[in-house]
Design a protein around this ligand. Sequence first.
Ligand code: SAH
Length: 233
Amino acid sequence: MKIAIMGAMPEEISPILEKLGSYKTTQYAGNKYYESTYRGVDLVVAYSKIGKVFSTLTATTMIEHFGADRLLFSGVAGAISPTLKVGDLIVATKLSQHDLDITAFGHPYGYVPEGAVFVEADKEMIEMSKKVASEMGKSVQEGIIATGDQFVANEERKNWIGKTFGADALEMEGGSVAVVCSALNIPFFILRAISDAADMDASFSFDEFLESSAKESAEFIMKMVQSIIENAK
Ligand code: SAH
């Protein structure tokens, strides 16, 4: 077993690297990849940089180059659902690309021929996350995450994404990571802690809460990793 843990920004993976303590750093395809062992299991950790393209490159690299056989994403997101507040955790049940648009040909938003509007995350890890949440005494919401190459700081755009995809949160990497993992048959789990409400105050909220929310997410991800390892024994 080799578990990939990825984020998009340094702040999203630094709490994980801190917890691991020692690791081997490899420079590859313009990014750094950190390899370590945790409770006897191999891990590869990296942040991709922001957006669908970089996250695609990193997810693919972790699987194809470093040999990861499952992938967990830890990071922050903008809330769409009014029940999600800053610091709250959301587990993606399925993900879509909100900025993928060939509707001019009669296709729905987010769809490409031979693809699908939504990619579903691994059900076993979602089930496991419920147990982990209750052990930690945390409430974790499940929901749909919409991904696009835009920092959404606009109520109108956010509401459109919510309505069109039934999405509860939005961010910039989950949907592309989902496509990669699904194409390569790698079970994946996407967790986000809310940093902002994707409204006109989003950039201020993001700057204020990035670090604390990223930590919330990372802490949960490490408990998930523990649980995966224990279950495999
Ligand atoms: N402050 C950064 C840019 C952050 S972009 C800089 O200046 O370099 C936002 C990042 O957090 C992305 O990785 C995305 O996945 C997530 N995110 C959080 N809130 C978001 C929002 N409202 N819209 C889109 N992505 C958001």
